[in-house]
Design a binder for this molecule. Structure first.
Ligand code: 5GP
Length: 207
């Protein structure tokens, strides 16, 4: 019996360690796939088209907006980011669990449309630590770092409407907490209706 997949929507300010968390979570959960967003921004070194993002031009992005392809999209740091509704629905119907890495405005939009999704906010241990991590990444100018830091501080105000909060002080602990959230959500009765019906019918057949 294949149940509909579960959607975990993860938001975290830049520098909170989200990429490492996502990588570790996907490695630990074979039934989970990463939802590859579309973006108009250029790939960074080591980023792969189709794996990290689907990199498209601004014009192509706009065409897809006009066609109603995105379940949510935003302009962030001057670039466009969006989640394809069709790809999302296909994966969930196939019973695949999906991990979405999207910022709070998009996540809020998703919450309206995907009520059964699980919304998790990853917090840095402190703003000082966040700034240190942003500076350590080394691929941005001081102005870009300041911009990301200011946005991060404003994103923190969104945390209250999320279902769960994970504080990434220690990566192993944070990943462990996310796996625990995922496993508990997978065991919810509301997500196992088909399996229970199947079990019930086979019991009835036996007696
Ligand atoms: P970056 O350019 O550093 O990869 O991502 C910048 C921000 O865009 C991150 O906070 C990331 O979570 C967010 N983001 C990536 N894909 C999407 C998307 O499809 N929708 C929304 N709303 N945000 C996204």
């Amino acid at each position: 019996m294949t149940e509909k997949g579960l959607c975990i929507v993860l938001s975290a300010p830049s520098g909170s360690g989200k990429s490492s968390i996502c990588r570790r979570l996907l490695a630990a959960c074979p039934d989970m796939e990463f939802s590859v967003s579309f973006t108009s921004r250029a790939p960074r070194p080591n980023e792969i088209d189709g794996k990290d993002y689907r990199f498209i031009t601004r014009e192509e992005f706009q065409r897809r907006i006009d066609q109603g392809e995105f379940v949510e999209w935003v302009e962030n740091y001057g670039e466009l980011y969006g989640t394809s509704g069709g790809t999302l629905e296909d994966a969930l119907i196939r019973g695949k669990d999906l991990l979405l890495d999207i910022e709070p405005r998009g996540a809020k939009e998703m919450k309206k449309k995907l009520r059964e999704g699980v919304f998790v906010f990853v917090l840095p241990p402190s703003l000082d630590e966040l700034l240190k991590r942003l500076q350590k990444r080394g691929h941005e100018t001081p102005e870009a770092i300041q911009k990301r830091f200011a946005q991060a501080a404003s994103e923190l105000e969104e945390v209250l409407w999320y279902d769960y909060v994970v504080i990434n002080e220690d990566l192993d602990t944070a990943v462990g907490q996310l796996i625990a959230i995922y496993q508990a959500e997978k065991c919810k009765t509301s997500r196992l209706r088909g399996t229970m019906r199947h079990l019930y019918l086979s019991i009835k057949k036996e007696v």
